[in-house]
Design a protein around this ligand. Sequence first.
Ligand code: BGC
Length: 764
Amino acid sequence: MTDARELLGRLGVEEKAALCVGASAWTTVPLAARGVGAVRMSDGPHGVRFVADEQAAVQESLAATCFPTAVALASTWNVDLVRDVAAALGAEAAALGVHVLLGPGVNIKRTPLGGRNFEYLSEDPYLAGELAVAWIEGLQSQGVGASLKHFALNNQEYQRNSIDVSVDERALREIYLPAFEAAVTRARPWTVMCAYNRVDGDLCSQNERLLTRILREEWGYQGLVVSDWGAVRDRVAALAAGLDLEMPGPRPAHVQEIVDAVADGRLPGSRLDDAALRILRMALSAPAAAGAAAVDPDGHHRLARDAAREGMVLLKNEGILPLGRGQTLAVIGRSAMEAKIQAGGSSRVSPTRVDTPWDALVATGAELRYAEGWAADLRPRDDLVRQSVDAARAADVALVFVALPGTLESEGYDRTDLSLPPAQVQLIRAVAAAQPQTVVVLNTGGAVAMAPWIASVPAVLQAWTMGQAGGGALVDVLTGAANPGGKLAETFPLAIHDTPAYLSYPGENGRVRYDEGIFVGYRYYDERKAAVLFPFGHGLSYTTFAYDDLRVSATRFDLGERLRVSFNITNTGAAAGQEVAQLYVHDADARLRRPPKELKGFAKVRLEPGETSRVDLELDERTFAYYDPAHGRWVADAGDFDLLVGASSADIRLRTRVTLTRGTPLPFALTRESSVREWLADPRGKAVLAPLLAVIQEAMARTMGSSDGREAIGMDLDRFLMDMPLVAIVAHGETTPQVSATAMVDALLARAGAMPLDHDGAVA
Ligand code: BGC
């Protein structure tokens, strides 16, 4: 095979520059005379959107399996299944000669209104990261490259091409980057796609901090950085910042700008070489187009059905599901006939076939009555409601199918409302009033508010944007042929004004500040002790599970030691089923404020009635750490941590406490402005200050006219002084007027800084 570096040496600047801008909507520039083919890309992520005409970005694509979208896939919490689905996507892509499939999307769901939430995995960075790793491994196992997107902070669609995001460093590191970091460092996607938006003023396509310092220097990424389609404004600035390939093309003006910039020294030739080399490597190593071989559409349809089934979340069930045999069913709502399998935008796939819920219900042999329920244009229609009520009354059970229709959930703009459209709310209320045995089946790509109607219906099944085989999967779950095994990968709030980002979303004057910081999703609701509609991790089953016998490999452990956590789950009901057990960690002794719990492990187990399985999870150092911006690094503090094992974030069944005996050693960080509390919290600071503290405090107390050294003008002096900078106290107290306060504090700092520490971080 041609060696990429050797070939690079033979290329002129024009050829290298040409490589860095796409040739068409979907391909890179081939160098035919040099034996370099074009790389072919396609969307992604839940099916192959192969547009036959390379010059057309948005045209009807060839038929491909439409798998459940990311929201449904994530709700399976099943990494093996996610890997299998992605491998099937890889096989379909390869058969079409696609080298890179544009997915997965791992942006965090900051607000439930996010237009692309159906295409993203979770509000939780750990869950999104684990699933993204599995997805990329599965896809790339087929010789097809992934494109991890959209890097970074593309958490809303409103003004996505321009909005300037600002987020504090902790939230960036703890919430918005970890899924990218896990995917890059563990699964090595062939490409990373930059986002459209700005971060701290710089477009992501021209963001040197994101594309070079974090992605390459911190995470060691070796693959290719590609632009989101049309995200590049200034080609030279983008290249300088670390963006290798601009898509789509052709854009001869941009190629010329690169050539000129190298010629006049504005762009180092070495940067162009890096980018061209990465593109050459990919073009030379991507397997030749396989042609339409070896895809099994029936098998993939079955896999899509398995995935849809496992991702469906039974939100509420007061004994009405599964449906009994011989019941007459009123099937109400047009989404029973016109299955909602996906949502709008670049991810939209032309399915190979579609199973509707109606057809699947007919296939059960049940006696059915259909009513349209709601109009496609969503205008309230009393006639449709009346027909529905009649159908519901004449049946044993009413199944009400509601979906957020067509264009309400899409790329490019956000949802405007958390509620269902009024016509659907009116329908549900009317049917539920006429028929107490009413089940609501939701096909939405994200959370919806249910306050006006949830109390009046005994069951709600969330079926998501369920993919082409979703209709069959849905009926499997309704009838009990399959036991629902999905759990929410995002919180369902009660109302939009309860949500963490409510006050700062969507931003104004072109900027959005993520004021809620690290308190995203359940981290926020937990911290506020706020009620939610359905918590993160929630999902019911037709059986019950008991948890017991929680054990840890050590109750005291040192940095760098892995901790093993294990427990039993038993199926205590009468049906076989799957449980998603979740492990959360709470830091009881952190120096910085931390959420009450954070997901750090999970496992999905399938159990027959009466069967017990032992779950084993391993926790590494990062599990216990937070990102400390003051030190620019991950830090775990010595002290106690609670390990919480549960069936959801709000249903903790087992807990135990472990102790980290030694925290991350930190460089000496006291400064002139450090407070007494900070001095005392630092072992070296304490060693120096503690013996002097009484004298300093007394001097201060005298200055303040205190008679007993403890109180002055109605103040508790200890508390008053604790959070004052030492230098300010010294200055007030005039302990040694001949020495300035700053000189005195500097001398103390020098003494403290020079003290050696032992292995445990104590003063030696
Ligand atoms: C989307 C990407 C997509 C690309 C190509 C963009 O508008 O943001 O997710 O991969 O188009 O269709």
